[in-house]
Write a protein that binds this ligand. Structure first.
Ligand code: AMP
Length: 632
């Protein structure tokens, strides 16, 4: 077996040869004639000239060998239901969904927005889109009307696939009223809304616009919809993610590069066995769900488990009962889920037969050492951290045990994965720093296959945001601080920008600030992320009210705090609601008016505030300090 170091060296130094080999892991209807088109740097087009289809690779090509093998298993502890679809059944359902989309005018290149709970129809919708060359944009069900509206207007979908409601911790969460409100706000109106009626929350269909999925499904019968062969570079999907501005970026992914990268990762990183079961407890609204609930496991011929529920309901043993029941070979979850489970009795895990499980993968946020130690001791299985981003679609750093099981290093997600030329750069000069020195984690051109192609509809934003941080070098900035050791293990030290990570959910502080500012009583606001023992980080808002008399007494303060939290919840969703809202009469700024976020954050985390020579008025920091002390 090759050493991983040698394998990785080849993946970056002979990248075209390496990826041409990996391209054999998927089916091509027509072979590509160029592995990497470098004619438009920093853009990179992989497998130029090749024709393929993501749905063919995820479903159709397995029919010869796996028609009766379960492809998709749905488990819901929310509505007490389970359903299983073999590859043959999934093939039929996806074709039905594709026929419905076509019937209502969806064509190659059209966008379909998917705002759905964790139910099989959401997966049918994704696969049906890529089957016919339509571009899906899944919006996380926890987002509310304003978040949804921004995404509808940006993606301009011809059709939206949605449902009456989801369910969270046993409570019905209506989707339809939020969707109607979002469409109301939008300049772009979708022509059709395809509604999967779960019977959880009654709704009034909008005549002429809303379609009933059950009726449509019956009408198309056993429709046969062949795969549309698309260029390798044809966009498969758009997935919005938060950045430093209030406007989320549409991460655009290609088709061929993505399929190849996922197929490779299933072997090299996740060590999945075709025919085995992959259980990823994320949500299809996030990139982890796209890559490792839907596309990765299916491309690899595995059975994927789609779970609607939380890790602690009906009790803290549920995830492990599902592993036992479905004989999961690979499991993927988040550090927050593990920290939640840590509060419960380890017997929930120990009393289960987990002999099928090879490894547990954790990603989405930093994995702290006590949590990593607790879960590996309790589970007695290898626990593998992996670091990546919505933009990259698959891990940048991890351990590729499928090539060589390098020893893990506590506190580090691992080493650069195949194809990633990772560099740690000096923040000011852009020069690589020595091992042991903190710098900005960057990736040298080209991003490997499967990573974002561009920002949807805005090539310039892609170049300006990601490739212009170090003018002398053509590097992609991850916006994370990192430090590498002599062996190439990188430790992540937090974001360089104003993005925060709450329970693995990436949120832009700007977006939350804009939402809070829309409240009439708010003059100014600063939102920062502060360390939280359970969720990794939590958002804290410091608000300057327009009229100080509103917060003169405790009741006034509590009232305004509740209103502000509700504003964020209604506009963006509960996921973005700040954990605390504190009042001050001014915010700490530099003399040129720039907010001193890092100092505010330091105070929230009881750390030294650092250099304050540029601070205009020291009293502002004092106010932050006392607001925090009062609420402690
Ligand atoms: P998202 O695009 O929502 O997946 O968020 C990506 C960001 O989450 C990264 O830029 C990191 O800041 C953080 N992140 C993801 N995975 C890890 C990990 N394994 N360790 C540390 N930070 C992580």
């Amino acid at each position: 077996m090759a050493s991983y170091r040698e394998y990785h060296r080849r993946s970056v130094e002979q990248a075209e040869e390496f990826w041409a080999e990996k391209a054999r892991l998927i089916d091509w209807q027509r072979p590509f004639d160029q592995v990497l088109d470098a004619s438009r740097k920093p853009f990179a087009a992989w497998f130029r000239g090749g024709l393929t289809n993501l749905c063919h690779n995820a479903v159709d090509r397995h029919l010869a060998q796996r028609a009766q093998q379960p492809a998709l298993v749905w488990e819901s502890t929310e509505v007490e239901a389970e359903r299983s679809y073999s590859y043959a059944e999934l093939h039929s359902e996806v074709q039905r969904m594709a026929a419905i989309l076509q019937r209502h005018g969806v064509r190659q290149g059209d966008r379909v927005l998917i705002y759905m709970p964790m139910i099989p129809e959401a997966v049918f919708g994704m696969l049906a889109c890529v089957r016919i060359g339509a571009i899906h944009s899944v919006v996380f069900g926890g987002f509310a009307a304003l978040s949804l509206a921004t995404r509808i207007d940006d993606a301009a979908p011809r059709l939206i696939l949605s449902s009456d409601a989801g369910s969270r911790a046993g409570r019905v969460v209506p989707y339809k009223p939020l969707l109607d409100e979002a469409i109301e706000r939008c300049a772009h109106k979708p022509e059709k809304v395809l509604m999967v009626d779960r019977g959880l929350h009654g709704f009034q269909p909008v005549p002429g616009r809303d379609l009933d999925y059950a009726a449509e499904r019956a009408a198309v019968g056993d429709a046969q919809v062949p795969c549309t062969w698309v260029d390798s570079t044809h966009p498969s999907y758009i997935l919005y993610t938060s950045g430093t501005t209030g406007r989320p970026k549409g991460v655009q992914r290609d088709t061929g590069g993505y399929a190849v990268a996922l197929a490779m990762s299933m072997q090299d990183i996740y060590c999945g066995r075709p025919g085995g079961t992959y259980f990823c407890s994320s949500d299809i609204g996030w990139v982890v769900g796209h890559s490792y609930i839907v596309y990765g496991p299916l491309i690899h011929g595995m059975t994927t488990v789609l779970y609607e529920g939380t890790p602690v309901r009906p009790d803290a043993g549920i995830l492990w009962r599902l592993v036992e029941k479905h004989r999961a070979q690979v499991m993927f979850s988040s550090p927050t889920a593990v920290r939640v489970l840590k509060k419960f009795d380890a017997a929930f895990m120990r009393d289960r037969d987990l002999s099928s499980l090879d490894r547990l993968f954790l990603a989405g946020e930093p994995l702290d050492e006590p949590t990593a130690a607790w879960i590996s001791d309790t589970l007695r299985k290898p626990v593998v951290d992996n670091y990546w981003q919505t933009e990259t679609g698959w891990p940048i750093l991890s351990i590729a045990a499928g090539v060589e099981a390098l020893p893990p290093k506590p506190g580090s997600p691992g080493v650069a994965m195949p194809g990633y030329k990772v560099a740690v750069l000096d923040e000011n000069t852009g020069q690589p720093v020595a091992p042991g020195t903190k710098g900005v984690l960057a990736i040298e051109w080209p991003l490997p296959p499967g990573c974002m192609q561009t920002v949807w509809g805005d090539d310039q934003r892609f170049v300006d945001t990601y490739w212009s941080n170090f003018p002398a070098r053509q590097v992609y900035s991850t916006f994370d601080w990192g430090v590498a050791d002599e062996q190439g293990y990188v430790t992540i030290l937090g974001r360089t920008d104003d993005v925060i990570n709450v329970a693995g959910h990436r949120l832009g502080t700007r977006e939350i600030e804009e939402s809070i500012s829309s409240h009439a009583a708010v003059a100014e606001v600063a939102v920062v992320g502060a360390a939280d023992s359970l969720k990794g980080q939590q958002a804290i808002a410091f608000v300057v009210p327009r009229d100080a008399s509103r917060i003169a007494d405790a009741a006034g303060r509590a009232g305004l705090q509740a209103e502000i939290m509700q504003t964020v919840q209604t506009q963006l969703g509960a996921v973005a609601r700040p954990a605390r809202v504190l009042f001050v009469s001014m915010l700490p700024k530099t003399r040129s008016g720039k907010l001193l976020r890092r100092s505010i954050q330091a105070l929230c985390e009881q750390r030294p505030t650092g250099d304050l020579t540029t601070l205009e008025d020291p009293a502002a920091l004092e106010q932050i300090r006392s607001a925090l002390a009062e609420q402690a």
